[in-house]
Design a binder for this molecule. Structure first.
Ligand SMILES: Nc1ncnc2c1ncn2[C@@H]1O[C@H](COP(=O)(O)OP(=O)(O)O)[C@@H](O)[C@H]1O
Ligand SMILES: [Mg+2]
Length: 256
């Protein structure tokens, strides 16, 4: 097992805009081991999506380097799957066809992946919904489909950009449980962007706090809870203390 499965080394990103340069990320470095769940936490505008898009190979770093599985990221890769805040499903395709869409795009053998698609849908509680269209589903169900789609080709890395931020609080809690159960079954290295402190602590092995001006990684906090995790850990004093520590760090980075 490679201990530095994902590595970001002094990564910076400056966008050139009509009103001048925007320094979105400034010298961010971190390493993720294989199978770790890492959250990028911070307020809106601190460069979380930018860092994730660079890991996905969808944005280029202006300085520094990123690597995945020992290879420098130079563009989109087959070994990562991505989930956005909006499920971005194709409205004319069924649930099953949406999940199978990456297989179609990547020109992989359809027959080989059909069972996996069905199994993933079963795992997220969507058995029986395979032939529904996206508009027939709730927001939480659509996001479950998007997660299955991201995992169908069995990528090593799962990149998620605020996947549950548009959902109501109760659905969001349910989705956190669904995701963590799914990852018990299909071990992945996950980079998960969120601005929810509780969500980050519940899901992660480590939480990286982004902030400061210009923005970088200001904290790398280990979340020591054992797995599988029960939702009840959110009621413990230790959980509360970790959340408090993160909140104070975010406030300091924001006002400092
Ligand atoms: N394509 C872009 N062009 C110019 N500026 C951008 C672009 N994308 C993001 N930014 C700016 O970069 C900064 C970081 O944005 P982003 O990575 O989206 O942060 P976050 O995901 O934490 O909200 C913000 O100031 C944002 O306005
Ligand atoms: Mg964002």
């Amino acid at each position: 097992m490679n201990s530095a499965y994902i590595a970001a080394e002094h990564v910076s990103k400056t966008y050139q805009t009509r009103s001048g340069p925007v320094h979105a990320v400034n010298g961010a470095s971190f390493v993720a081991s294989e199978g770790q769940f890492i959250s990028l936490l911070g307020p809106s505008g601190c460069g979380k999506s930018t860092l994730l898009m660079m890991l996905a190979g969808l944005e280029k770093a202006t300085a520094g380097s990123l690597s995945l599985s020992g290879e420098t990221v130079v563009g989109p890769r087959r070994d990562s799957g991505i989930v956005f805040q909006d499920a971005t499903l194709l409205p004319w395709k069924s649930v099953f066809e949406n999940v199978m869409f990456p297989i179609e795009i990547l020109k992989l053998p359809i027959s080989k992946y059909q069972d996996r698609a069905m199994e993933l849908l079963h795992r997220v509680g969507l058995s029986g919904f395979e032939s529904k269209r996206p508009h027939e589903l709730s927001g939480g169900m659509r996001q479950r489909v998007a997660i299955c789609r991201a995992l169908v080709h069995d990528p090593k890395v799962l990149l998620m950009d605020e996947p549950f931020s548009a959902l109501d609080a109760i659905t969001r809690d349910q989705m956190n449980v669904v995701l963590s159960e799914l990852l018990e079954r299909y071990r992945k290295t996950v980079i998960f962007v969120t601005h929810s402190i509780r969500e980050a602590v519940y899901l992660s092995d480590r939480v990286l706090v982004m902030g400061g001006r210009p923005s970088s990684i200001v904290m790398d906090l280990v979340i020591p809870f054992e797995r599988p995790r029960r939702f009840e850990i959110e009621d413990t004093a230790e959980f509360g203390a970790l959340c408090r520590e993160l909140r104070q760090t975010i406030e300091r980075a924001h006002h400092g």
